[in-house]
Ligand binder design. Structure first.
Ligand code: M6R
Length: 608
């Protein structure tokens, strides 16, 4: 969840480290810091809060070293204060860390008994002291790191800088991503290739258990067994992506508006438009006809994409789909069919719980298909087959375009499975493909409702609680709507299956409760109308997201309608995501919230 960087070059590195940290800020933004060697001496600058606070500090007290490490933090152990900010250091070594050291308490006790003095509340500080202890016993930096790493339990990506060692950076990885970048007389470490994109596109991804020693021209990898290994050099595509907001106020707004384009791009990758069929851009390494069951696991928004896909896969491919949030799936020892397929869904491809779910499924003999946005991610590399979403980098912490691209890929996959299993006729496939092709246009049309949606924000911003209701695929979308609203506006919101309301939550309804009903004109629309009547009868304020037909047939007093274009209902969740996202966005903006970097959150959750 934190971002780490290391640079060894022939010119001052502080500015470049800050630039890389800016590209990693999506991973955490509670505090930031960097360390360089100034005339051989470890020197740090750290600041609580956003990266701009560190930049201000560096303006006042610049650093000139040609080797350094940097960090942007998402706090796990210890408050987001300057004192807890990384790098953590002793006289001899400084370290930045992404992950959690699970046995830090026992290590801290042991090191304290040996005379080490701890000054922060973090788990990371033990790593600095552990390595320091080995250095004090006469080991070289590499030997000290080699001796310390096996003592750490948990997940980590680490970068080390040593007092007096102008030509040496060390990185290590276990359960959290770390990439090595190759420059000209310069070498880099970074949590992802995106961070290093301004400096190099030549990358090696470290494997779990690897550690690496860098000088200005080379990298020497050692694997978990202590063997010297090589890691392939890859060309990263990350530099192709501009990380800016364009004409938008926020990344989230830009990413919402990009959706017709990126969903169109994703469709073009998965469909043969001229033939009116799905053509997967990869071979399935298993026979879909032999699959007995699908398990989906994911977290947050990606989980809701999986939940929507369950409706599609069960309907088209007639396969039972089990789905669970990854933090539960990974520990509940689910029995798995020998012929099963596991689908993991993740924007980052690094989410710790989802990755653990993937590994559990792999150990249990499942075929692993990952729907990921970052195709160089750990999940992608550990899967049997990757179904990429072509959303491009998503910087806003609230997932928007990654979600609709996940839905697009999963929809195509569901149709492809149906065809391969003979449960979907070519005629029906053609109709479904026509409906998919219409989606980018419908999303662009939905975007035109933005001004109307924005006008609802002042009233909704006063609400203490908001309910979202939906049936069928609109039910997971209601869950996603509630998540979107709470994570960026901090208004409490819940999503419910519309038919479930009467089993308890209806007790919450009163005049102060806005109830947002996602109701495309589908086969369950009339049922949803009954649930709307129940809300209206109790004075709830109904806001309908639906088309002309839905508004006409709802026959209840509505506070407002967000008017959607008329569309075939099967994939409506993809187009209806637009008003759901815009509504949360405008409420949060009206309330003056930091929509791109909401409090307490991070984009990539690489800790459990
Ligand atoms: O990178 P992933 O898709 O695996 O991330 C999963 C969740 O952490 C993510 O979707 C999160 O819920 C978003 N902030 C929601 O907007």
């Amino acid at each position: 969840m934190c971002g780490i960087v290391g640079i060894i070059a022939n010119e001052p590195v502080a500015e470049k480290i800050v630039e890389a940290l800016r590209r990693l800020e999506y991973r955490g933004y509670d505090s930031a810091g960097l360390a360089t060697l100034e005339q051989g001496h470890l020197t740090r600058r750290r600041a609580a809060g956003k990266l701009k606070n560190l930049e201000e500090k560096l303006r006042q007290e610049p650093l000139h070293g040609t080797i350094g490490i940097g960090h942007t933090r998402w706090a796990t152990h210890g408050r987001p204060t300057e004192n807890n900010a990384h790098p953590h250091a002793t006289k001899r070594v400084a370290v930045v860390h992404n992950g959690i050291i699970e046995n830090f308490r026992e290590l801290r006790e042991e090191l304290t008994a040996q005379g080490h003095v701890f000054v922060s509340e973090t788990d990371t500080e033990v790593v600095a002291h552990l390595v320091d202890h080995e250095l004090q016993s006469g080991k070289s930096p590499s030997e000290a790191v080699a001796a310390a790493l096996p003592r750490l339990r948990g997940a980590f990506a680490l970068a080390f800088l040593f007092e007096g060692a102008e030509g040496l950076l060390i990185g290590a990885r276990l359960g959290a991503p770390l990439a090595v970048g190759y420059g000209t007389d310069a070498m880099y470490l970074g949590s992802d290739a995106l961070a290093l994109a301004p400096f190099t596109d030549r990358i090696s991804y470290m494997e779990d258990g690897d550690w690496v020693v860098l000088d200005r021209n080379s990298a020497h990898f050692t694997n978990a067994k202590g063997q010297s290994v090589t890691r392939p050099h890859l060309r990263s595509q990350a530099s192709a992506f501009l990380i800016d907001k364009g004409n938008h106020r926020h990344f989230m707004a830009k990413e919402i508006h990009e959706q017709p384009e990126v969903v169109g791009r994703t469709l073009a990758h998965y469909l043969d438009m001229s033939q009116g069929c799905v053509r997967l851009p990869f071979d399935l390494p298993f026979d879909p006809a032999q699959i007995s069951r699908i398990t989906i696991t994911a977290c947050g928004t990606a989980f809701f994409a999986g939940l929507i896909a369950k409706y599609w896969i069960e309907r088209f491919a007639r396969l039972p789909v089990e789905i669970d949030v990854a933090s539960e799936f990974r520990y509940r020892e689910a029995p798995m069919d020998p012929q099963g397929l596991m689908i993991v869904v993740s924007q980052s491809g690094e989410t710790a719980d989802t990755l653990a779910g993937l590994r559990y499924a792999k150990q249990n003999g499942q075929n692993i298909l990952s729907v990921v946005n970052v195709t160089t991610s750990t999940m992608a590399r550990e899967s049997d087959v990757i179904a990429p979403t072509l959303a491009g980098p998503e910087i806003g912490v609230a997932s928007t375009k990654a979600f609709t691209c996940q839905l697009t890929v999963l929809a195509c996959l569901a149709v492809a499975l149906g065809r391969a299993r003979g449960t979907l006729s070519p005629e029906v496939e053609k109709t479904l493909v026509t409906e998919l092709i219409a989606l980018p246009g419908l999303m662009a049309e939905a975007m035109k409702r933005e001004a109307a949606i924005e006008s609802l924000a002042p009233a909704l911003a006063k609400a203490k609680d908001v309910l979202y209701l939906g049936r069928g695929t609109s039910y997971p979308l209601a869950l996603e709507g509630a998540l979107k609203l709470k994570e960026i506006s901090y208004i409490h919101a819940e999503g419910y299956a519309a038919g479930e309301l009467k089993h308890g939550p209806i007790a919450l309804i009163d005049e102060a409760m806005p109830v947002i009903v996602i109701a495309p004109f589908d086969h369950v629309f009339e049922k949803t109308v009954s649930n709307m009547q129940e809300v209206a009868a109790r004075g709830g304020k109904l806001i309908l997201i639906g088309d002309d037909n839905a508004e006409r047939d709802s026959a209840v007093a509505l506070q407002a309608t967000i008017k959607m274009p008329t569309m075939a209902p099967t994939f409506s969740a993809i187009a209806y995501s637009i008003p759901v996202q815009l509504l949360a966005y405008h409420i949060a903006v009206f309330m003056g919230k930091d929509v791109d970097q909401p409090r307490n959150l991070a984009k990539s959750v690489t800790v459990e």
